[in-house]
Write a protein of this length. Sequence first.
Length: 545
Amino acid sequence: MKKLVLLFVLYISCIRFAGATGQAGEVIIIGQDTLQLLSCPIEVDSVLSLKVSTCADRCGSSTGCWRGYIGWWRLENGTLYLEKLVKEDRDSLGREILIDTKDIFDAYNRDGKIVASWFTGGLRVVKGECISYTHMDFWRDYEEEWIYRVEQGKVVSRQVYHNVSRKAAISSGDFIMWVADLFNGDQFPELKDKHLFFKARVLPRFDGSIDSMNIEICVMPSDSVSRKALRYRKWIKNDFSNPYTKAIKAYLELLPEWDYLSIRDQVRAYELAWDLVGWEGKGCKAYEEQCLLKSSADELSLNDSIYRLREHPLQYDMNLFTRLRSLWQKALLSGYLWKYFACWEIRNDRLYLVSLHDGKTKESIPLSYIFPQNAGEPVEASWYTGKLLLQGKGPLGQGFPLHKIYREEIVCEIEKGKIVRQTRYDNFFKEGNEKARNRYEKEIENFDWKQFPDLKDKNIDCQYRVYPRMDGTVDSVCINIILSEKNEPWKQEKIEDPRHPYVKICRDILGKVPSWEVILERGEVRTVKGIVLVRRSIPKSEEDN
C-alpha cells in the first residue's frame, strides 16, 4: 500500500506541469499514411496512465514530452489499435527504445492486437505545414486536420478541415506596439498625469481587411496604476463616440491588411492580450528607451562636432509629430513600419531641427510636412523643454553597461528651445583583475565555515557592493550575508552589521583583490556588485566528526 501511495505521489509530481511547454505528438497510421496525432488516448485512463508512466520513467522525461513516451496507433476498419509504445529518447545508436507493455494491456488484447476500447473521446490528426503555434501542450494547428469521434475504441464520426493562414506584410503584433508609440496623447491635455490603457480585438477578412473591431479603454491616475490590481480597472467597451476610442480606432485602421487565420472553419480574431500604455505624461515618447519608432539615433551638431542624441525631441510634442501621418500610411502600404531619424544643431544657445530623414530609405523628408511654408531652413525647437544627452567618441566598450556609456557626454538643459546649462563629462573605463576577483570569491566559498556551530545545516550567500577608487583599489566594501535553512531555503536571515564575524570574513577576503573594474560615468564611479553562493551547508555527520 505504501508503495502504491509513493508511486501516486511521484506520478502527480511529474505531471503537475504537463502541458506547460509544447508537447511531442503521438503517431497514428491510417491506410498508407503515417500522421501526427495530437491526442493521448492512454492519458484518459488514470490506471493505464500510471502503469505506463512507471514503465516509461516519466519523471526522467523532458519538458517536451512530459508523459515520457510516444504512442504508435493504427486506425483500421473503424477501430483504434495500439501498435507500440516507445520512449521519447533513443539509444546510443539512434534506435528507438520499446516500452514493455506486458501485463498492462492484457484486458484489451484481441487476437494479438491491443484494441483501445478504454478510449472514448476525440482524436485530432494533422498533416501539412504548421500554420499556428503556441509553445504549450498541443496548441498548434496544421493545414489539414481530421477530428475523429471515438466511442470505446470505435470511430463513430469524422470531420475534415482545411485550415488557412495568410500572413500580412506587417505582423499584427509589431503593428500594435507601433500604434502604442504613435498614439498622440498630447491631443488630450486632460490626460496629464493619467494613463490610458487599451485592448483591441480585430476580426479580419480573407483579404486582410477589417471585418469587425472591439476596443476597450481604461483611464487611471498615474499614481494609482501600480497600486491597483488589473481586476479593479474599469473598462469602457466599444464606445466609439468616446474620443480616446475613436483615436485608437483610427490608428488601427491605418494597417492596410491584417493576418488571416481560419481554423476548423472559424476565423480567429487578433487579440491584444496585454495593456499598452497610451499616455505617460508630456514628453514621455521623446526618449530612446521608450520609443520603437527609431531606426537609428538622432544626431546633433555642436561646435563642429557630431554627437549621438539619446532623446527624440520631435516626439516631445506629439501634435507636431502626428503631422507626418501621411508618411505612415504610405510606408504601411509598401509593407514596413515607418521609422525616421532627425538631425539637430545647437548654435547661439538655441536648439534647431535641421533635417528629417526616412529611417529605411534615408531620403530627406521636407520639413514642410510639419511646418507649412517652410522652405528648408532650420526650425527653432521652441516646443522642447527638458534634458538632452549628447554622446560622442564612441561607447566605453562592449556589453552592459559599457555600450550605453560614451567616452564624451554632454548634458544640455533646455527651456523652450534655449540652452540654459551645459555639463560636459569625460567618462572612463579601466578593467579590473578578474582572475584575482574570481580567486578571492572562491576563497569565500572554500572558507572553513564549519567552525561556526550555528551555521550547521544552513546555506550562506554573500552579497557584496564594492566602491572602488579611480585607480581600482578598494575604497569600501559593503557586505550582506543571507542565511537560509538547507531544507527550507525560503526561510532567510539577513546579516548587515559590519561588525558581525561573517561580514568581516567576507569583507576582509574581498579587500585583497588588488584591482577592481572602474567605470566613471558622469562624474561618479559605479559600484561593483556581486554575489557568492556558498551552497554548502555543514552536515551533522561532519560536525560530529
